[in-house]
Design a binder for this molecule. Structure first.
Ligand SMILES: O=C(CO)[C@@H](O)[C@H](O)[C@H](O)[C@H](O)COP(=O)(O)O
Ligand SMILES: [Zn+2]
Length: 198
């Protein structure tokens, strides 16, 4: 019984990944192109999300500033989920809704990219961050699920929407993870070409 449950998690996850690959590949390719071009112009990437998606935001920033699979110079990415003094002050003095948007206003510049994670597409603080980014002429890459929610409706044609075709938060997060690894790999390939062992 327990084993069956475990097996079904693995199967559902694997099946969704296969199914998402075709649907998401063109959007992921667009995100890679947009990020590579921004980084090449001296711009940076700000990243945000709640809960498991906060971990994804930090995971992505770590792979850009540190490394993914290749040795290379550090690339500028900042997770907006890590400074507990900023997060608690803004949540306490203003609202939880503004914890990311205030940081976008503080650090974001035209041409920078906001990478925004929300499995529901409806987290108010992620939406506020997107609003702030668009006001500053930043571009947005949104990783969502569940049809994209309100975030899907806020994005412009200049932005990229990577919407996982599923309704279960855990499954969506699992596809978000492989997506950020695709993006890291794509940026490395754009920088150096070829495969990892070259
Ligand atoms: O990791 C999980 C569930 O798998 C949770 O921590 C989850 O991230 C949190 O409930 C988030 O607050 C959900 O926000 P969102 O993805 O809808 O924007
Ligand atoms: Zn989770």
């Amino acid at each position: 019984m327990t084993n069956q449950r475990i097996l079904s998690h693995f199967h559902e996850s694997a099946e969704l990944k296969i199914q998402s690959a075709t649907v998401l590949a063109p959007h992921i390719a667009q995100a890679i192109e947009m990020m590579f071009s921004a980084l090449s112009n001296g711009n940076k990437i700000l990243v945000c999300g709640n809960g498991g998606s906060a971990a994804d935001a930090q995971h992505f920033a770590a792979e850009l500033v540190g490394r993914f699979e290749r040795e290379r110079f550090p690339l500028p990415a900042i997770a907006l989920t890590t400074d507990t003094s900023i997060l608690t002050a803004v949540a306490n003095d203003y609202s939880y809704r503004e914890i990311f948007s205030k940081q976008v206003q503080a650090f974001g510049q035209a041409g920078d990219i906001l990478l925004a994670f929300s499995t529901s597409g409806n987290s108010a603080n992620v939406m506020a961050a997107i609003e702030a980014a668009l006001e500053r002429e930043m571009r947005v890459v949104a990783l969502t699920g569940k049809g994209g929610g309100a975030i899907g409706k806020m994005l412009t044609d200049a932005d990229v929407h990577i919407c996982v075709p599923h309704d279960r938060t855990a499954r969506i997060q699992e596809v978000h993870l492989v997506t950020i690894h695709c993006i890291c790999d794509g940026i490395d390939v754009a920088l150096f070409g070829g495969d990892v062992n070259e």
